[in-house]
Design a protein around this ligand. Structure first.
Ligand SMILES: [Zn+2]
Length: 75
């Protein structure tokens, strides 16, 4: 995840806001946001970045819990 230099637009279809964060396609997986397939990296504007974060948060929290639980007998 990195900052985006000016002049790059959000990759989400029908969004023309400027990019705020760039993600690899792999990182972006699990979101139902529609992005243009041509780009190798996904660029998100502030609004869509927040949407993506929200949508993927629960999944990532679950993973964290799972990893943290490894080796614990209480789990
Ligand atoms: Zn956008």
């Amino acid at each position: 995840m990195g900052k985006v230099s000016k002049g790059i637009d959000c990759s989400v279809v029908n969004c023309s806001d400027s990019g705020f964060r760039s993600l690899s396609k792999n990182t972006f997986k699990g979101s139902d946001l529609q992005v243009s397939e041509s780009s190798r990296r996904i660029y998100l504007c502030v609004g869509h970045y927040k949407t993506w974060k929200k949508k993927t948060k629960s999944a990532r929290d679950l993973e964290k819990v799972r990893y943290a639980g490894i080796g614990r007998s209480a789990w």
